[in-house]
Design a protein around this ligand. Structure first.
Ligand code: OOG
Ligand code: NI
Length: 459
């Protein structure tokens, strides 16, 4: 084989993500409007705040900003999950993290497929939040059987994409022509089909159990249900959406607005009611697809994450209800109050080891190295201004936020309660490999940047 003619997985991912965005814009024009709004606001923020641009330039996020997006799909079977893992692997995307959403009333568990090395993330941070339906949570045995029979019958992958996945696995890559064909064939799995595979009565039974179950079981494949660009000012977008005829969900999920953003803040526009054809009736409707916006901040250490989880839990406890249109203002206030306890400067977050960082050698450091006048330890190098740092951007998801995004797009009738035990082992069995630990990945990226600094200074 000709290894040198293989297209890099990151390049395949970049192209795929662009095609996916074009396809979704054509399918859901409102997502295109959202993209325009996000681009406008990002440009404006960059024009007004040179320090934001400077920060993004330094961390390499500037180049990836406009192509940054994530999507989400919902799968029906273990076999589908195992094969989607192989499909994403062609694009250099690995399963990272485990999210159990059943405690929040959503009958799925999930992982995120994404690039894992900072250099690859920089080329294309495209991620796909991938959920697997928990069929065991359907309490009616007859309905459960109907659903699993239907899922067993469908094949969500084209014959050609399977051949190309195998070719990639055996030969170690795909050349230009095969990569382009792979992208087109892989897109088919994510395409919307307005023809459902069930009768109108069957759809109703599935829907009555949970709208999500109907969304997975009644269709030919796992249509992409939203795509999410990255904004530099989510509050402005949230406020601007209604002025442009886009209906946002009640509250922004995640931490409050801060000087130094942490983790992930998200909001979405409500899912659209779309025309579908059942096998026995052509004028049905289904509500599943939406658009989302995210603002990303610093990745937190276990200590920082524990503090975040605690403050969020305290906020929700005091609100004493799920966030909604009625209590949105109070929720935002409470959130801001409780998060006063989370230090809002990079220095404090660094010194208290609340976040992960990337380290840089400064001009001063280079000069000192040239004069062989360097202090010894990393801490001394930082105090002396020879090394500086920027937080690592959070590349993952948040279970409470994800549940909020799901819920806001499932309608109020879908507020279910499940007392399922977490089943990461079962999920990994279906997947065919363990999911990667996101915290370990951030720690590795941080360590690599320290090693690089020391190598430059000691050279
Ligand atoms: C996924 C919802 C979760 C996010 O960004 O947290 C998600 C879904 O609705 O399938 O995408
Ligand atoms: Ni999302």
């Amino acid at each position: 084989t000709h290894t040198s003619s293989f297209i890099e997985p990151a390049e395949i991912r970049t192209r795929f993500s662009r095609f996916m965005s074009d396809m979704y814009q054509a399918e859901v024009p409102l997502y295109g409007d959202l993209l325009d709004l996000v681009a406008e606001v990002n440009q404006d923020v960059l024009a007004r705040c040179p320090e934001v641009e400077q920060h993004l330039q330094r961390t390499g996020e500037f180049e990836r900003l406009s192509m940054e997006r994530h999507g989400a799909i919902r799968l029906g079977t273990a076999a589908e999950l195992a094969t989607i893992r192989r499909l994403f692997a062609v694009m250099g995307m690995q399963p990272v993290g485990y999210y159990d959403l059943s405690p929040a009333g959503v009958p799925v568990h999930s992982t995120a497929f994404r690039a894992i090395h900072e250099k690859d993330l920089q080329k294309s941070p495209f991620r796909v939040f991938t959920s697997l339906l928990h069929l065991e949570l359907i309490d009616d045995p007859a309905l459960r059987k109907m659903a699993s029979d239907m899922l067993a019958k469908r094949n969500i992958f084209t014959e050609r994409v399977m051949e190309l996945i195998e070719q990639h696995e055996t030969e170690g890559g795909l050349n230009e022509a095969d990569s382009n064909e792979f992208i087109q064939e892989a897109l088919e799995t994510f395409r919307w089909h307005k023809e459902a595979t069930v009768t109108s009565a069957e759809y109703d039974r599935l829907h009555e159990q949970h709208r999500l179950i109907a969304d997975v079981v009644a269709f030919k494949g796992p249509h992409i249900n939203h795509l999410t660009p990255r904004t530099l000012d989510i509050d402005r977008i949230q406020a601007e959406m209604p002025k442009r005829g886009i209906t946002p969900k009640a509250v922004v999920e995640g931490p409050p607005r801060r000087k130094c953003p942490i983790l992930l803040r998200q909001t979405s526009f409500k899912a659209l009611q779309e025309k579908v054809a059942f096998t026995d009736q052509s004028n049905g409707s289904h509500t599943a697809r939406f658009g989302e916006i995210e603002q990303r901040g610093a990745a937190l250490t276990p200590k920082g994450r524990a503090l975040y989880d605690q403050l969020l839990a305290n906020t929700r406890k005091e609100l004493n209800a799920l966030p909604s249109e009625e209590n949105a203002e109070r929720y935002t206030e409470l959130l801001e109050q409780h998060f006063q306890a989370f230090p809002d400067s990079h220095a404090a977050m660094h010194d208290q080891q609340l976040a992960y960082f990337r380290y840089f050698v400064t001009r001063k450091g280079l000069d000192a190295a040239a004069e062989k006048a360097l202090p010894g330890t990393l801490n001394e190098l930082m105090t002396a201004g020879c090394i500086d740092y920027e937080p690592l951007v959070y590349e993952d998801f948040l279970p409470v936020s994800a549940a909020g995004i799901f819920q806001s797009n499932l309608g109020d009738s879908a507020q279910a309660h499940y007392d399922a035990s977490s089943s990461q082992a079962e999920f990994q069995n279906a997947l065919g490999q363990p999911v990667m630990n996101e915290l370990a990945l951030y720690a590795e990226t941080q360590q690599r940047s320290i090693d690089e600094c020391l190598a430059i200074l000691k050279a």
